[in-house]
Write a protein of this length. Structure first.
Length: 438
């Protein structure tokens, strides 16, 4: 199911990033008491009353001709366009400003549900300052305090009441859903046509030809697939260009719906920083992942070491994706295209791997004998029992005496043992340490 999207919108310096961090539970957005610090849209996941949703933290909206403010207005308009519900934030200490009124006009035109959040209402005595904000015509204002976390429950209750009914997935559960992500002009549309075996998607050398996420269902060797092709994700600072208005958020939606994510790299151009950011979205979402190095036919002067060197470079740059296999191909000439779907099938199967509990515990006992559990201040980590609680990705709960003794390095060791024992190529693995009695 597609998650609802909530955009936090308002003029600069009303506390949007602080509220964003409160909702998602992390300090992702930059928080600084200087107008305009948030320069770009930032996306993350929120949850309220068992409902998950996407959150967009926008740069402030200010009416003016300065390049930064024009860009911030543009990105906020894009976030409004993509959202299901808008949180309109104002500053309760400053009262209504001309900029707030201009933002209100912009939101009226959006025809989207708007929830008015009056920030910096830090105590009960300040509640009387809410009445002024009824004049914005946005309904009941909700007094909140980002610095103290007050009033967020009521605010999110109201936001949730405006969520649209979530659409059920229309594809059969056995269908493998594949998302293609990558920066523009890496050949994603050509890859879709290569997998399907016919020209279903427009292919162009012009970067940004694919504007939306497009579903392409097909069947191969009795296996049903659907390919979700996405607009290329460009680096920061270019998100305002017309050809890619909503590409990042739509790519995130595609990842959310996928079982397997193909991180498509351009063999001619090599690896850039943006490729790592794009791959990071898929890794954080827990999807099965494989690298597709496209346009391999166009690499000049190849020898028997070229492919090996390129793969080593991938491993160096994508340290968090050591589990993802790499396939070199050319969608244009169909070179090695025959290996792509079998590899997709394999990582999809590994992504849903289930391990019998007794086999799992035997493996862990052997691992502990090989490398004893760590100690801290005289206490030793004791693993009492292990069980698998989920697939997609495989998720294992280790019941232990003290979860804080499960150091990151030992958790990595256990993951490596799991990978050495079971075929988990192409899928992330989640390890959760819980106290024995939980």
């Amino acid at each position: 199911m597609t998650k609802p999207v909530v955009a936090i919108v308002g003029r600069p310096n009303v506390g949007k990033s602080t509220i964003f961090n409160r909702i998602v539970g992390e300090r992702i957005a930059i928080v600084e008491d200087i107008p305009g610090v948030t320069r770009d849209r930032i996306y993350s996941q929120g949850e309220w009353l068992d409902t998950e949703f996407q959150v967009i933290d926008t740069g402030g909206i200010e009416i003016g001709d300065e390049p930064l403010l024009v860009q911030m207005r543009a990105q906020a308009e894009l976030a409004i366009k993509e959202s299901d519900v808008i949180i309109f934030m104002v500053n309760g200490r400053e009262g209504i400003t001309n900029a707030d009124q201009e933002v209100a006009k912009l939101l009226f035109r959006s025809k989207k549900p708007v929830v008015l959040a009056v920030n910096k209402i830090d105590n009960v005595e300040m509640q009387q300052q809410l009445y002024e904000f009824y004049s914005l015509g946005m309904g009941e204002p909700f007094g909140i305090s980002g610095s103290h976390g007050l009033g967020l429950g009521d605010l999110l209750d109201e936001v949730k009441s405006h969520f649209p009914d979530q659409e059920e997935e229309v594809y059969d559960p056995d269908t493998i859903r594949i998302a293609l992500i990558g920066r523009p002009n890496v050949g994603k549309s050509s890859l879709v046509n290569g997998m399907v075996g016919e020209d279903r998607v427009i292919v162009s050398d012009i970067a940004g030809t694919t504007r939306d996420a497009i579903d392409t269902p097909f069947t191969k060797d009795d296996q049903d697939y659907v390919v979700i092709d996405t607009a290329g994700m460009r680096k920061r600072g270019k998100v305002y260009e017309t050809t890619e208005k909503y590409s990042v958020l739509r790519a995130l939606k595609a990842i959310e719906r996928a079982d397997v994510v193909l991180v498509v790299l351009n063999a001619e151009e090599g690896i850039i920083e943006q490729d790592k950011k794009i791959a990071g979205y898929a890794h954080e979402a827990g999807r099965a992942i494989l690298f597709v190095v496209n346009k391999w036919d166009a690499v000049p002067g190849k020898d028997d070491k070229t492919m090996q060197n390129f793969e080593r470079k991938i491993r160096e740059e994508f340290l968090f994706l050591t589990y993802a296999p790499v396939l070199f191909l050319s969608a244009l000439t169909r070179q090695r295209m025959q290996h792509l779907l079998p590899l997709v099938n394999k990582v999809a199967e590994n992504h849903t791997l289930r391990v019998a509990t007794h086999v799992l515990n035997d493996m862990v006992m052997d691992a502990v004998v090989m490398n004893p559990t760590p100690t801290d201040k005289g206490k030793r980590l004791k693993i009492n029992y292990v069980t698998q609680v989920a697939v997609g990705p495989p998720t294992f709960v280790f019941f232990v005496n003290e979860p804080e003794l499960m150091h990151f390095s030992y958790q990595r060791f256990l993951e490596n043992r799991l990978r050495a024992t079971f075929d988990l190529e192409g899928t992330p693995v989640k390890i959760i340490a819980r106290k024995k009695n939980d």
